[in-house]
Write a protein that binds this ligand. Structure first.
Ligand code: LLP
Length: 381
């Protein structure tokens, strides 16, 4: 189930992330095959998980890299991604980060404001270069997901709103050191209601037409990432619904002759292959509930505390009849809780727990609050 048997898991000090590279390869191969049906290009969003062994597999399966900081750009290049397969997004790119990307001749900056365009122009001019850019447009499309991971509504900080373009477009001609090559969109993450992508397609079609009416054509369209995964059934639905996802864009997106369509998937590629393994430190009877206190907490996996995210939990050691528990971490915060009132086999100190579907936005968001050690990783083939 996790790519490793219990006696092998028991040999490692907890807590640790366990990555099943076999499952990762299956997922990547499926995504690649489905994207290739339509000639689509997929950039892997490094922010989901930038561990070197993961990037080795992503690169080997022919994906590009979607980066959101200078360090991610550097990490992608160090991992062997070709500069022409690297895109760089983010609302707050610093001058140093832009210069790093310019020096390495990355494929495209996904620009999020007119001031950023001006700065990229100036920094590129100083180097005698021309930077390729795509305008990240805020399409005002709801992703039907958690509000903290919604990015494509006008109230969000991301992208350029349509009403800003009337002022922005006439300025473009003077920014001679940027070359506009595309439009970019990303409406949110953990999208499981695929109608959100249908709505995105309709909106991208309108926006593309709007630009064309003003004389702008684009060789590239980037529709972002966001495909969700099934956190409830980690053993059955291990591979995300890539077939239906890409088919929606093929059916509904008005792709122009010769135009390249790009995607930026993160979670759907790496979530399932990662599990956080933790040991039960203590059992404690609360006023209303029984607590299972783990040696992993929000410092190792922040998603439940930040987004009330659900991660399925298995007790790997007990086969006793089930009881109801609240599973919590050791951190001095009441939000440091993985799950409330869940059924688990009767649990005792020393049992090993598997917190599933944690390969995306798990280890990358780990931190050292309470001066804890940074969580370690174990890889199985
Ligand atoms: N492209 C852009 C511009 C993005 O901002 C993101 C994610 C992606 C692509 C990849 O999205 P994905 O395919 O992974 O959904 N920490 C949160 C998720 C934040 C996502 C941020 N942006 C979580 O744990 O759910």
């Amino acid at each position: 189930m996790l790519g490793l048997h219990l006696p092998e898991i028991q040999q490692h000090a907890t807590p640790f992330y366990l990555y099943d590279l076999g499952l990762l390869r299956q997922t990547l191969a499926t995504a690649r095959a489905e994207a290739e049906k339509y000639g689509y290009h997929v950039h892997y969003a490094l922010k989901a998980n930038a561990n070197a062994p993961i990037l080795v597999e992503v690169l080997a399966h022919g994906f590009g890299a979607d980066c959101v900081s200078g360090n991610e750009v550097q990490c992608a290049l160090d991992a062997g991604f070709a500069p022409e397969h690297v895109v760089f997004a983010g609302v707050g790119k610093s001058d140093a980060e832009i210069n790093l990307a310019l020096d390495n001749n990355i494929f495209c900056f996904n620009c999020e404001s007119s001031q950023e365009l001006e700065v990229i122009h100036e920094l590129a001019a100083a180097k005698g270069k021309v930077a390729q850019v795509a305008l990240r447009i805020n399409p005002n499309v709801d992703a039907y997901t958690h509000k903290h991971i919604t990015t494509g509504l006008e109230e969000n900080k991301f992208g350029i709103n349509m009403w800003e373009l009337e002022v922005l477009l006439p300025q473009l001609a003077q920014w001679t050191n940027i070359k506009l090559i595309g439009l970019h969109f990303h409406i949110g993450s953990q999208i499981t209601d695929l109608r959100a992508f249908e709505n995105l397609c309709a909106r991208v079609n309108e926006i593309q037409q709007w630009f064309e009416d003003k004389g702008f054509t684009f060789p590239h369209l980037n529709v972002g990432g966001g495909l969700g995964v099934d956190y409830k059934h980690p053993d059955t639905n291990t591979i995300a619904d890539f077939a239906n996802y890409f088919a929606i864009f093929h059916k509904l997106l008005d792709k122009r002759e010769g135009q390249q369509v790009h995607f930026e998937l993160g979670r759907a590629l790496v979530a399932a292959c990662g599990t956080l393994i933790s040991k039960v430190l203590y059992m404690k009877h609360g006023q209303k509930t029984n607590f299972v206190i783990l040696d992993a907490g929000m410092t190792e996996l922040m998603r439940p505390a930040l987004y009330q995210a659900y991660h399925h939990i298995d007790n790997l050691t007990s086969t006793l009849p089930a009881k109801t528990y609240d599973v919590v971490g050791p951190i001095c915060e009441s939000t440091d809780s993985f799950s409330k009132a869940i059924q688990l086999p009767e649990t005792k100190r020393g049992d090993l727990m598997a917190i599933r579907t944690a390969g995306a936005y798990g280890e990358v968001m780990a931190n050292q609050y309470n001066l804890r050690n940074l969580v370690q990783a174990v890889y199985v083939n």
